[in-house]
Design a protein around this ligand. Structure first.
Ligand code: CA
Ligand code: CA
Length: 192
């Protein structure tokens, strides 16, 4: 209160982030400084988040995907991301296949946050992922993955569920761990 210049992040948040991410104290402090600069309010709104994503995907349309990612990290549902939610988002969306990352992937696909994934939710996220793929790379995709619908169909088939059944978190994670193709299809890593 009364301190016009927001100072270092609180010890509590720092310890929490060190525990839950692989980032060092130095990295976290650096990002916190940047975060304060670009985001003096200390909160990122959906439009700002979309702009950040757009910079990562200059050759494609990341808007819808960014909205889903935003939803999945706004854990307290207040319509903004604070520093902690933002760093966890960065951590989860970059590389690896840890248990926590797969839990996050589940929440990304669980669009209505009811604890289950339906085939239509898979379809919705596959649409968003597909838009991340630059046009020229879309043309190089295998014939059974070259539309969002085919991609969703293929991904859903790995979980051995009927079209009207739904997936619990454990089933989703197990399915992805057991199948490299499923793991590949739940995300998009830009081709280098
Ligand atoms: Ca929030
Ligand atoms: Ca759901």
């Amino acid at each position: 209160m009364g301190n016009s210049k927001s100072s270092a992040m609180s010890k509590e948040i720092l310890e929490d982030l060190k525990l839950h991410t692989k980032f060092s104290e130095n990295e976290l402090s650096q990002w916190y400084e940047n975060f304060q600069k670009t985001c003096p309010s200390g909160r990122i709104n959906p439009e700002e988040f979309e702009a950040i994503y757009a910079r990562f995907f200059p050759d494609s349309d990341a808007k819808i995907y960014a909205q889903h990612v935003f939803r999945s990290f706004d854990t307290n549902d207040d319509g903004t991301l604070d520093f902690k939610e933002y760093i966890i988002a960065l951590h989860m969306t970059s590389g690896g296949k840890t248990q926590r990352k797969l839990e996050w992937a589940f929440s990304l696909f669980d669009v209505d946050k009811n604890g289950y994934i339906t085939k239509s939710e898979v379809g919705e996220i596959c649409q968003a992922i597909f838009k991340l793929i630059p046009k020229e790379d879309q043309e190089k995709l295998p014939a059974d993955e070259n539309t969002p619908e085919k991609r969703a169909e293929k991904l859903w088939s790995y979980f051995n569920k009927k079209d009207n059944e739904r997936l619990a978190e454990g089933e989703f994670i197990q399915g992805v761990l057991e199948n490299e193709n499923a793991l590949r299809l739940i995300q998009y890593e830009p081709m280098k």
